[in-house]
Design a protein around this ligand. Structure first.
Ligand code: ASP
Length: 304
């Protein structure tokens, strides 16, 4: 792993498998908790989130605390950004005050220039518009690995708002590194324009056809905050055609596993009843988020 985690470009299969192994090694004996290790008592980690977050931010905070690092939850709403200070000046101030690593979420791709300019501080990309969310992709691979032996045999179906999903972009980057058998994209064409004719996988308009052969299904939220135009499908038609529920899952194999990066809009892309299925790994993804983020911080601090 390099000095920063901005995306997964340049990562190898070995890098990813090592991160998964490290993340799992932090699990305590009963696998329901993470051990506390005072590995980095001198490190200061600051979050900088210009978009809302629950899982990503909290799991990085818990991960940093589990590793003995200090976590500074920077609140943009109460900061001098409200007095007109720029993002760049704010990040520089963080660096001058001794922050070692900044976890940044921003609607635009600002992280690359910041990481270049303030190279003595480390950066983790915790969400870059609809472009990248690399730690989520690593969590998803870690969670797949708990149920499936080999990535290269997997038939994967991704359903929902693909165009606006940074989770999909990073997942596709990651899965191409570790291997897969096939990928099927499914969703309303208004939300899948970049996936109707995409070299990585096939587009399938019918939900049941897309689900029937899948070993792994990833469901995605409609990213309403990124839509520039009103959808040409009503909410009820969307649910009718694209919702994953007990009915639509009837065509799937008993070994299929279902993912969603969260937050789930239950009643839209997923029916609440699927959350309790054994095949549904959404809670595992949340739990694994802490371990994978402990692994990412550990690797990055050992590169510093
Ligand atoms: N939590 C994920 C993200 O930040 C997915 C989502 O918001 O739908 O991209």
């Amino acid at each position: 792993m390099s000095h920063n985690l901005l995306n997964l470009t340049g990562s190898t299969e070995q890098d990813i498998l090592e991160l998964i192994e490290l993340a799992n090694s932090f699990k305590s004996g009963d696998l329901n908790e993470y051990r506390h290790e005072n590995l980095f008592p001198d490190k200061k980690v600051a979050s900088f989130f210009s978009e809302p977050s629950t899982r990503t931010k909290l799991s990085f905070e818990i991960a940093a605390c589990n590793l003995g690092a200090k976590f500074l939850d920077f609140n943009i709403e109460n900061s001098s950004i409200q007095k007109g200070e720029t993002l760049e000046d704010t990040i520089e101030a963080m660096m001058l005050m001794g922050v070692d690593l900044c976890i940044l979420r921003h609607p635009e791709s600002v992280i690359h220039d910041l990481a270049k300019k303030f190279s003595s501080m480390q950066f983790i990309n915790a969400g870059e518009g609809s472009v990248a969310h690399p730690s989520q992709a690593l969590i998803d691979l870690m969670t797949i690995r708990e149920s499936k032996e080999a990535f290269k045999d997997l038939k994967i179906t991704i359903v929902g708002d693909l165009d606006h999903s940074r989770v999909v972009s990073s997942f596709l980057e990651a899965i191409q590194i570790v291997g897969f058998k096939s990928i099927t994209f499914c969703g309303h064409p208004d939300l899948c324009k970049s996936y109707l004719d995409n070299p990585i996988g096939n587009f399938e308009p019918e939900l049941e056809t897309a689900l029937q052969d899948a070993d792994v299904i990833m469901a995605l939220r409609i990213q309403n905050e990124r839509l520039s135009e009103k959808l040409s499908i009503s909410a009820s038609d969307y649910v009718e055609r694209y919702q994953i529920n007990i009915n639509s899952l009837q065509v799937t194999s008993p070994e299929m596993i279902l993912f969603h990066p969260g937050p789930v809009n239950f009643g839209i892309e997923l029916h609440k009843e699927v959350a309790e299925l054994e095949n549904c790994k959404v809670k595992n993804q949340i739990f694994n988020g802490v371990g994978m983020r402990m692994a990412i911080l550990t690797k990055l601090f050992s590169q510093a």
